[in-house]
Every structure is written in C-alpha cells, then in structure tokens.
Design a protein around this ligand. Sequence first.
Ligand SMILES: [Zn+2]
Length: 389
Amino acid sequence: MSDAPESSDKKEEETSIPNPEEDESEDSSDEGEGGASGEAEMDFLRNLFSRTLGLSPGEKVLDELSLEGVARYIQSGKCKNIICMVGAGISTSAGIPDFRSPGTGLYANLQKYNLPYPEAIFQIDYFKKHPEPFFALAKELYPGQFKPTVCHYFIRMLKDKGLLRRCYSQNIDTLERVAGLQGDDLIEAHGTFYTSHCVSFLCRKEYNLDWMKEKIFSDEIPKCDKCNGLVKPDIVFFGENLPARFFTSMKMDFPRCDLLIIMGTSLQVQPFASLVSRVSNSTPRLLINMEKTGQSDALMGMFGFGGGMDFDSEKAYRDVAYLSTCDEGCLALADLLGWKVELEEFVKREHERIDSKDKQDKAKSTNESSGAAEGKAPGVETEKSDKKE
Ligand SMILES: [Zn+2]
C-alpha cells in the first residue's frame, strides 16, 4: 500500500481540491462569458502589481472599520455589487454536517467502509470503481431537512434589494437554492447535490435530487437508465475540476465588486480562499465568522496571492471582522440597515412554508404504499417545487 496521495501537505482543517486549472471541465453550465476575461485578467494583474509594488494604496471607503461603517456604506447607495463568499459555517445552524471537511469526526468514522485511505471516499478514480462507500456515507449524512438559515435569507434579501452581484459558495447542501437564489445568482464552487449526472462522457444524462435521494435511501447504486453508467451527484470530487463557471464568473465579478462579505469559511481551501484578493484594493471586505481568518500567510504569499485580510494592523483600512455566528452577524447587520424585522419575518414565513410542505410530503409518501423504487421519470420535477432554474 502506498502513501495516501496528496494528503500529506493538506491543512488540518479542510482539504484542498487538486487540479484547479482553468481549462474546460465537462461542466455543462458554462456560460461562455470568456470574451471580456482577458481584460478582467489584466485588471487583476494591474491590481496585484500596484499592491505588490506599493504604488497605489487602496482608497479608504469605509468611514469606520466596524459593522456600523459597513452598514453606512451600504446605505450610502455607492455599494451595488456585493459578493458573498460562504462556507460550511453558514449551514451549521441548519444541522447540515460539514460533509467533506475533516474535523467533524467524519474521517474518523470511515473505517467501516474499508477504504485504502480516508480521502479515497471522495476521490473520483476510487469512486468509479467502488461507489458503495460514498453512497453509504451519503445516506448516513443525508440532512433530515433542508431549511436555510437566517444567513441564507439575508443573502436572499441582498438579491431582492438589487445589491447582490453573486454568491460564491463552497457548500454542496443546496440551501442557497432553497432560500431562493437561482442559478445565475450562485456559483457552487465545489458543486452541488442538487443535480446528478451519468459519469459516462458519451451520455452525461442529468438526474434530479429526488431521483438521487430515492436511490440513496433504497441502498441502490444509482445507475443511468439510458446507458447503465454510474450516476454521481454533481459535487466536485478530488481529482475533478471546479465548475468552469467558477473561473469565468470570478474574472467578471471580482474586479467589479464594491463590497465583499465573507461568511462561515476559514478560507483554507484553494482556489476559493484566494478570491478575497481578487477585489480591487479599495473594496471593503467584511468577515462574519467565529474567528479571524484569511490574514496573509506564507502559503498564499508563495503562490503570489497578495492581499490577505488585515483587520488590526496600523495599515488596516478596509477589512472588518465581526466575530459571531453567521446568523447573529447577519441579524446585527440587518438591524443596522433597518431590515431586521423584515428579515425575521421572512425567515419565519419561509420556515413555515417548508414545514408545511414537509408535512404534505410525508403524508403523501405514507399514502403511496407501493414502494415506488422503480420507473420514476427523472430530471423533470425538482425537489423544491417552487424553485426553477
Ligand atoms: Zn448514462
């Protein structure tokens, strides 16, 4: 048995995704936005050089490095392209286990699957030969309920108020979609459980979450009904590229961002973490997290990613850390913006709607006593009936 590939140099908190090259992946949602990307790339380089050479120091946009300062900036009307970058921390209050990251005890619990090494369960080559452990784990960790958090609905409010440029998520739990963000609002950098595809390159037939859930809970290995190939949720496995949209949208979005809000991520996973340095050097950056993160570290420096977060030094001029849970942080910001009541009512209303739909679904499934493990048409209806792409 050889060493676990690529595992030795990982950070202890979260694992990194190899192959972040910007080549085409087989992701079908490529928007073909590449036309202006050369220009955006030049903007990025210009920014990087001016920062590195200390040429143009960033402009101080916030009147105060605090949540109040951020709120006043949002209210000033000068801030219309907010990007949210979110990670597992925004879903923990929804009871979603941190599916892929060690630290949840997940990797320690994998012995029963007889893996050659723990990470194999999320490695694409291993999965294609031995899909059983992954689906057994998916069943074990499958969320009982998909109920977005206050934080998810806060992001939705930014969208409704015309302030959200895009939300970049590392999560695969689909809660952004349940909260009402749609395909174009969202970059699921590490993929999603929302859709699945046949792994055969020639086929690539798409399946929805209901179809996949049924397979997972009936302990069936999901097989394509067209070509009998293996069907895999569209989450990014180790050894797979990030979705092409991640790279094309990133180049368009970040140079135009006028406020970056980073929530519930320890900024340990590349290339996601390096996004914070892609905004202009005047763009304010707000971190809502349990601890400070993203400050310049040797690793980021080595790869040429400057622009680590600076909350505390004498030179700090644009970064704000609000240390709390994501829900508390969003409520506090909503309060300062005068949106608190609206947000709380929105959350209550949406949660009631999800609860009543759950009840209906349960009642329906107990009435349908026929098992229904076969012959269901995939790909048409989505689990969240009122969401569409
Ligand atoms: Zn197929």
